[in-house]
Ligand binder design. Structure first.
Ligand code: PHE
Ligand code: ZN
Length: 851
C-alpha cells in the first residue's frame, strides 16, 4: 500500500530516539497465517534525546494487546506505526501482535519459503514482526522463545533451553533490530567446527533441506577460511558459541548477516561440482566471507542511520575482496572487481540514479543497496589504504574496533579514526562520500630531453549529476610506473596524490623518454582519458609490468577496434589481432589471466562508451560488430586454439580452486573461439563428456550461440529438472543468448513454462533479468523487450516491491539511445508509474529514472 504522498527522509534531519532499550524478550507462536508475537521490552529515557515521543514502527500488524508496566494502554495508530504516552522513567512495554507469514510475498519480515519460516529484517523489516523502534541506532540484547511444530527452531546468539515444540535463544551482544533472525523448518545440518585464536570452540552449521545436504561442504570450508582470515589479517575473533547459516530458496538479495544466524539465498551457499560453475563457487566463497566479516564490520560496529550504509557495506566488500585476492589470484580478482564496477556502478553513476556513496536523502532505503554504496564504497576504502599505507591502515582499523565496538557509527567517526591514527586531514578526501559521479582524469605528457625530465599533467573533472551541479576536485591516488622503450621497468609504481583540478607529476634525471603506465591496479574509480595511439597501447599490452594495466591496454585496443568497426565499418584491427596473438601464445601466464586477455568488452559496455563520446549507440550494429570481431579473433588465433584447449584439460576430480578454475576458464574461452571455426563440433563433445557444470554450461552456451542447441537444451532440462538452481541457469541462458529478434519471444515463452514462478526472485531474475541483460534483444527497435519487462514488473510489484524496484534499473541508461527508443521506453516507464497502488519502492525508482 502506497502512502498518499511519498515522504523523503534526509540525513540532516537525524535525531536520536527518545528511549534506550535495555533488553528485548520475544515469544513466537508460529502459525502460517496467525503467528503470534509477544514482546517485552525494557525502555528508559535516552539522556541524549531532545524529543521523548514514544513512537514504535509497525507495518501489517494486528495489535492484540499493549501494556506499559503491566497496565493496558491506549495507543494511537499513526502513519507507519503507533504512539503511546511513554513515561519519563524506565518502563516495560509489552505487546502481542498477529502476523501472517504465509501470505507475505514481499519476503521482508517473517515469511515462508517452501514450507519453512524465515525472516529478513534489513533494512526495515522488523517492523513487520512487532512494534519496535526499527532503526539501527537502537541496540539491545534479545532473548527469544520460539514455539512451533518444526523440528528445527533457530534464532540469534547462543542456544538456551529446548524441548518438545519450543526452543530458546539468547544473544548477549547488543544489536539493532535489522540483525534479528528466526528460522523454523524441517532442516538438516551440515556440521563443522572452528577453534578461534584464543582457543574457543565454535560450533558451525549449514542448515538445508535434506535433498541439498551434498551441496554444503564447499560453503563450510569457505566459512572456516573466512574465520581464520579475519583473525590473521584483522585480528578479529568470533564472539559466540555457535554460527549458523541457513539456505532459503526465496530471497530478495544474496545473503544476510544476522547475528550468529546468517540467512542465505540458496544460490549464494549451495554448491556441488555437478550443479555449480566455477563462477558460482567463487561467488559463494566471497559471499560467505562477506556475511561472516559483517560480524565485526556491521554487527559489532553498526550504522547510526541508513545513510551510513556504506560504513558497513563498503568496508565489508573491501574486506571480502581482499580475502578473495588472498585465496585466489590477486591479479585476476582485481580485473574482476573492476569489470563489475564498470558494468554496474559506472552506469549508475553516469545516469539518472547517480547518488553519493553516502546518500543524503531517500524515500525507500531498499533502493540504496546499490553498486555505488557497495562497490564504489569499497573502492573509496581501497584509495584510503593506498593513501595512508598498509601499516597506517592496520593501525586505523585497530583504533576503529577499539573506539567504536558496540556503537552505531557514522562516516565522520570512520574518517576521524584515520585522522587520529595518521595525523592526516581528510576533509577533501571526504568528498568521495558526498560527491556523486565518476571523475574523468585526462593526462598529457611532456619530455624535456635536456634535463631528462618527464612530466604528466593531469586534469580532473566530474560532470554534474542529479542534485549536484558543481563538483570540487577530489583527492585521487594515481599509481604510476615508468617503462623503458624496451619494456623494462625503470621506475616502480609510485603513488601520485592528485588534489587540484590540474596538477603535474614529474620524474627527473632520466636518460631516455619513458613510457608511462598510469592508474596501475586501477588505483582510483575514475575514467582515465589518455590521448595515446594504438602502437603505445600495443606496447603496454606486450610489456606492462603491472598486470592490471597490461590487461587494460589490451582491452582498450580491443574496444577501439570494435568502435571503429561500429562507427566506420572498419575491418577488425590487424594491430590488435597481431598483438593478441603474441600475448595469448605466452603459456607462462596464469591461465585465468590469459582467458581475460582475450575477452572483449560486452555490448552494453560498448553502448555506454559510444554514448559517453556523444555517439548514439545502435544495438544491432554493436551486436553485429561484436560477432564479427570474435570471428576475426578466432581466425587470427586459429592454430593456437586447439593446443591451448588440450593443454588446459584436467585429469582427475573437479576442484573449484584458483588453478582448476583458471584452466577451465581458459579452455572454455578458447572453446568459444573454436566454435566460430568448427560450428559446434567440439562444443557438442564437451557437452556430452562433461562431468561438471562449468564445462557443461559453457558447452551448452556455445551450442546455443551456434544455433545448434535445441537437443542439448532439452537434454539439459531432462537431466536437471529437479534442481532449482540448475534450472535457473537453464532459464537464464536461453534468454541471454537469444538473438535480437527472438529475445522477447523466448522470455515470454519461458514465463509460460510450468517451472516459471514469479514469486521466486531467482527464477524471476533468471528470466526477466536475463532479458534486460541481452543488450540487442532488450533494445530491439520494436520495443518488444521493453514491453515484456514492463508487463512483468507491473505484475511483480503487487507481490514483491523490493525486487521489482531493483530491476527497474534496466532502464537507467535510456537517455543514451535514439529518440525512437527513448519514446518507447518513456511510454513503458509512464505505464509503470500510472499503475494503481504502485509501491513506494518502484515509484521512487521510476520517478528518478524519468528525471
Ligand atoms: N546486508 C546484506 C549484505 O550485504 C544485504 C541485504 C540487504 C540483504 C537487504 C537483504 C536485505 O550482506
Ligand atoms: Zn553486506
Amino acid at each position: 500500500m502506497r502512502d498518499a504522498a511519498p515522504q523523503t527522509i534526509y540525513l540532516k534531519d537525524y535525531t536520536p530516539f527518545g528511549y534506550l532499550i535495555d533488553s528485548v524478550e520475544l515469544t513466537f507462536k508460529l502459525h502460517p497465517t496467525k503467528t503470534r508475537v509477544l514482546s517485552k521490552i525494557a525502555f528508559r529515557p535516552n539522556p541524549e534525546a531532545t524529543d521523548n515521543r514514544f513512537f514504535l514502527h509497525g507495518e501489517d500488524l494486528t495489535l492484540i494487546s499493549a501494556k506499559i508496566d503491566g497496565q493496558d494502554v491506549t495507543v494511537r495508530h499513526v502513519d507507519g506505526g503507533l504512539e503511546a504516552d511513554g513515561p519519563a522513567r524506565a518502563f516495560i512495554w509489552e505487546a502481542e501482535v498477529e502476523i501472517s507469514p504465509s501470505t507475505n510475498t514481499a519476503l521482508e519480515g517473517l515469511y515462508m519459503s517452501n514450507g519453512m519460516y524465515c525472516t529478513q529484517c534489513e533494512a526495515e523489516g522488523f517492523r513487520k514482526i512487532t512494534y519496535y523502534p526499527d532503526r539501527p541506532d537502537v541496540m539491545a540484547t534479545f532473548d527469544v522463545r520460539i514455539e512451533g511444530e518444526e523440528p528445527i527452531l533457530l534464532s540469534n546468539g547462543n542456544p538456551g533451553a529446548k524441548g518438545e515444540g519450543f526452543a530458546e535463544w539468547s544473544d548477549p551482544w547488543k544489536k539493532p533490530a535489522y540483525l534479528f533472525a528466526l528460522v523454523a523448518g524441517d532442516l538438516i545440518n551440515h556440521p563443522g567446527s572452528f577453534t578461534t585464536q584464543s582457543g574457543k570452540d565454535v560450533e558451525l552449521n549449514i542448515w538445508v533441506r535434506p535433498w541439498d545436504e551434498h551441496k554444503c561442504a564447499f560453503g563450510m570450508q569457505a566459512l572456516k577460511d573466512s574465520m581464520k582470515w579475519d583473525e590473521d589479517v584483522y585480528g578479529r575473533e568470533y564472539d559466540l558459541d555457535i554460527f549458523n547459516i541457513v539456505a532459503v530458496d526465496d530471497f530478495n538479495m544474496g545473503a544476510m548477516e544476522n547475528k550468529g544466524l546468517n540467512i542465505f539465498n540458496s544460490s549464494a551457499v549451495l554448491a556441488s561440482p555437478e550443479t555449480s560453475t566455477d563462477a558460482n563457487f567463487k561467488r559463494i566463497e566471497a559471499i560467505i566471507a562477506h556475511e561472516y566479516f559483517h560480524n565485526w564490520t556491521g554487527n559489532r560496529i553498526t550504522c547510526r542511520d541508513w545513510f551510513q550504509l556504506c560504513l558497513k557495506e563498503g568496508l565489508t566488500v573491501y574486506r571480502d575482496q581482499q580475502f578473495t585476492a588472498d585465496m585466489r589470484s590477486g591479479d585476476v580478482a582485481r580485473i574482476e572487481n573492476v569489470l563489475a564496477l564498470r558494468a554496474r556502478q559506472f552506469p549508475e553513476d553516469q545516469g539518472p540514479l547517480s547518488h553519493p556513496v553516502r546518500p543524503e536523502e531517500f524515500q525507500e532505503i531498499n533502493n540504496f543497496y546499490t553498486a555505488t554504496v557497495y562497490e564504489k564504497g569499497a573502492e573509496v576504502i581501497g584509495m584510503l589504504k593506498t593513501l595512508v599505507g598498509d601499516d597506517a591502515y592496520a593501525n586505523a582499523l585497530d583504533l576503529y574496533f577499539e573506539r567504536h565496538d558496540g556503537d552505531a557509527a557514522t562516516i565522520e567517526d570512520w574518517l576521524k579514526v584515520f585522522e587520529d591514527a595518521t595525523g592526516r586531514d581528510l576533509t577533501q578526501f571526504k568528498l568521495w562520500y558526498s560527491q556523486s559521479g565518476t571523475p574523468k582524469v585526462s593526462v598529457s605528457e611532456d619530455w624535456d630531453a635536456e634535463s631528462g625530465t618527464f612530466s604528466l599533467t593531469f586534469t580532473q573533472s566530474t560532470a554534474p549529476t542529479p542534485g549536484q551541479d558543481v563538483k570540487d576536485p577530489k583527492v585521487i591516488p594515481i599509481a604510476i610506473g615508468l617503462l623503458s622503450p624496451e619494456g623494462e621497468e625503470i621506475q616502480a609504481t609510485e603513488i601520485f596524490e592528485m588534489t587540484e583540478a590540474t596538477q603535474t607529476y614529474q620524474a627527473k634525471g632520466l636518460s631516455v623518454r619513458p613510457v608511462p603506465s598510469i592508474l596501475r591496479g586501477f588505483s582510483a574509480p575514475v575514467i582515465l582519458e589518455q590521448d595515446i595511439d594504438n602502437t603505445r597501447r600495443a606496447f603496454l599490452f606486450a610489456h606492462d609490468t603491472d598486470s592490471f594495466n597490461r590487461w587494460e591496454a589490451g582491452r582498450d585496443l580491443a574496444r577501439d577496434a570494435l568502435l571503429d568497426m561500429i562507427e566506420n565499418d572498419a575491418a577488425p584491427s590487424a594491430l590488435y589481432l597481431d598483438s593478441l596473438r603474441k600475448v595469448f601464445a605466452d603459456d607462462t601466464l596464469d591461465p585465468a589471466y590469459r582467458a581475460y586477455l582475450q575477452a572483449q568488452p560486452g555490448e552494453s559496455d560498448l553502448a555506454r562508451t559510444l554514448a559517453a563520446k556523444g555517439v548514439t549507440p545502435d544495438p544491432d550494429k554493436i551486436h553485429a560488430a561484436s560477432k564479427a570481431f570474435k570471428q576475426a579473433k578466432a581466425d587470427a588465433l586459429k592454430d593456437l586454439l586447439r593446443p591451448i584447449y588440450e593443454d588446459n584439460q584436467i585429469d582427475g576430480p573437479f576442484v573449484p580452486d584458483a588453478e582448476g578454475s583458471g584452466k577451465r576458464a581458459l579452455a572454455n574461452s578458447v572453446l568459444s573461439l573454436i566454435t566460430k571455426l568448427d560450428g559446434g563440433t567440439l562444443a557438442q563433445s564437451q557437452f556430452e563428456a562433461a562431468d561438471n557444470m562449468t564445462q557443461k554450461l559453457a558447452a551448452l552456451s556455445q551450442l546455443v550461440t551456434a544455433g545448434k542447441g535445441t537437443d542439448a537444451i532439452t537434454a539439459f532440462y531432462d537431466q536437471w529438472k529437479e534442481d532449482r538452481l540448475v534450472i535457473d541457469k537453464w532459464f537464464s541462458l536461453q534468454v541471454a543468448l537469444a538473438g535480437p529478434d527472438d529475445a522477447a519471444k523466448v522470455a515470454t515463452a519461458l514465463t509460460q513454462h510450468p517451472d516459471f514462478d514469479m514469486k521466486n526472485p531467482n527464477r524471476f531474475r533468471a528470466t526477466l533479468g536475463a532479458l534486460a541483460g541481452n543488450h540487442a534483444g532488450f533494445h530491439h527497435k520494436s520495443g518488444a523487450g521493453y514491453k515484456v519487462l514492463t508487463d512483468w514488473l507491473i505484475k511483480l510489484d503487487d507481490l514483491n516491491p523490493q525486487t521489482t524496484a531493483r530491476m527497474c534499473s534496466a532502464f537507467q541508461t535510456w537517455k543514451n539511445y535514439d529518440p525512437d527508443r527513448q519514446a518507447l521506453i518513456k511510454a513503458q516507464l509512464e505505464r509503470i508509474l500510472a499503475k494503481e497502488g504502485l509501491s513506494r519502492d518502484t515509484s521512487e525508482m521510476i520517478t528518478r529514472i524519468l528525471g
